[in-house]
Design a protein. Structure first.
Length: 315
C-alpha cells in the first residue's frame, strides 16, 4: 500500500510552505526576469513526479527532467498515476516527443514524453500526476479516497475569511512579500504605507477538506490586486485562523482559477489528503496541472506545470 508517508517521501515535500514558494520580488525586477521566473516555476520541483496530459486520446507523461537526449525515465517503467477519480499503476509502453509542451523564448522546443498504457484508464478520470514507482514498491489503489472539491465561495465565505485575508495581505505587503509590477508607481506608493482599503480582494475558490484532528479546514485560493499589481495565493484556514502563509500560484500567463477543477486525494483515507488541480476544458494557452500537500502547518506545492503549445511569449 502506498501510504501517505511513502508518498510524502516520494514527493520529497518540505514541511514549510515557504520553502516551496517563489522568493518575494519588488518593482525593480525586469519584465524579462519575471518571464524567466514564471518559466522556471512551471517546472516540476521534485524528482520522480511528472505531469500527465491526455493528448489525442493517449496519456503523455512530460519528462521535464530530461537532459538533451538523456531521459530521466524509460519505456517499461511503472508509474502510479493519480487522476481526478482514482489511482492505479500504469506502464510506460512507448516513448515520444512533443512540440506542444515547452518553449525557449518565442520558439517551440521538443520535450521528451512517455506514453502510458493500462486497462483501467477510464476509471481514473482525468490523469493529473505520475509518480515513478520503484520495482520493490506495491500499492493498493482501493485504499485511497477521492472527493471533488466544490467551490463554496459566497457571502458566508467572505464573512468568515475576508477580513482576516485583507489584514494578512496588509502585513505581507509591509514585510515586502508582495511583488509590485515595474510599471505600477501607484502600487509602490500604496505598498509604502499599505492599508486594507487599498487592497482589492477576491476569493476565487474555497472548499472544506478533511484534515485529521482539525475541524472546519478550508483550502482557499485568493486573488489580490494592489493598484495594477496582482497576486494569487493558495492558503489553508483551520477554523478562522490561517495556517502558514501565501503559497503563490503564478497568475500571469496561467489559467484563471475558475477553469481549474480541484480534487482531494487521501491515499489511506485517514485525513491526510493531497489536493490536485487540473484544467478539464481547453484554457486560453495550455492545459495545467497542480499538486498541493496540506498539513496543520499550511499548504506546500509539489507540482506546477503547464503545456505551452502556442509559445505564450510571442504575444
Amino acid at each position: 500500500m502506498l501510504s501517505s508517508t511513502i508518498l510524502a517521501a516520494a514527493l520529497g515535500l518540505l514541511p514549510s510552505a515557504a520553502a516551496q514558494t517563489p522568493t518575494p520580488g519588488h518593482a525593480s525586477a525586469s519584465p524579462d526576469a519575471a518571464r524567466r521566473a514564471r518559466r522556471e516555476l512551471r517546472r516540476p520541483k521534485i524528482a520522480g513526479i511528472y505531469p500527465v496530459y491526455e493528448i489525442g486520446g493517449r496519456w503523455y507523461l512530460i519528462d521535464r527532467f530530461a537532459k538533451g537526449s538523456e531521459r530521466s525515465v524509460s519505456k517499461g517503467d511503472d508509474f502510479v498515476v493519480i487522476g481526478s477519480r482514482a489511482t492505479d499503476v500504469f506502464e510506460a509502453t512507448g516513448s515520444s516527443t512533443t512540440w506542444g509542451a515547452s518553449c525557449d523564448g518565442r520558439n517551440a522546443t521538443k520535450t521528451p514524453t512517455l506514453i502510458l498504457g493500462g486497462k483501467h484508464g477510464a476509471k481514473i478520470g482525468t490523469p493529473i500526476v505520475a509518480i515513478h514507482l520503484k520495482k520493490d514498491k506495491k500499492i493498493n489503489p482501493k485504499a485511497a479516497r477521492f472527493y471533488r472539491l466544490e467551490n463554496q465561495v459566497g457571502e458566508d465565505i467572505y464573512r468568515a475569511f475576508g477580513i482576516t485575508l485583507k489584514e494578512t495581505v496588509t502585513r505581507e505587503i509591509r514585510r515586502g512579500e508582495f511583488a509590485i509590477e515595474s510599471d505600477d508607481p501607484m502600487g509602490r506608493q500604496y505598498a509604502a504605507d499599505p492599508v486594507p482599503e487599498n487592497i482589492l480582494l477576491k476569493i476565487d475558490f474555497a472548499s472544506q477538506v478533511k484534515l485529521a484532528g482539525k475541524a472546519d479546514t478550508f483550502f482557499v485560493v485568493d486573488g489580490v490586486v494592489l493598484s495594477k499589481s496582482p497576486r494569487r495565493c493558495a492558503r489553508l484556514f483551520l477554523g478562522d485562523q490561517l495556517a502558514g502563509g501565501c503559497l503563490e500560484m503564478p497568475h500571469a500567463l496561467m489559467a484563471e482559477t475558475n477553469v481549474l477543477d480541484f480534487v482531494a486525494y487521501d491515499p489511506n483515507n485517514n485525513g491526510r489528503p493531497f489536493i490536485m488541480a487540473y484544467t478539464k476544458k481547453e484554457p486560453l494557452w495550455g492545459h495545467e496541472r497542480w499538486g498541493f500537500r496540506i498539513t496543520s502547518k499550511g499548504p506546500s506545492i509539489f507540482l506546477m506545470d503547464a503545456l505551452d503549445p502556442k509559445c505564450r511569449e510571442r504575444f
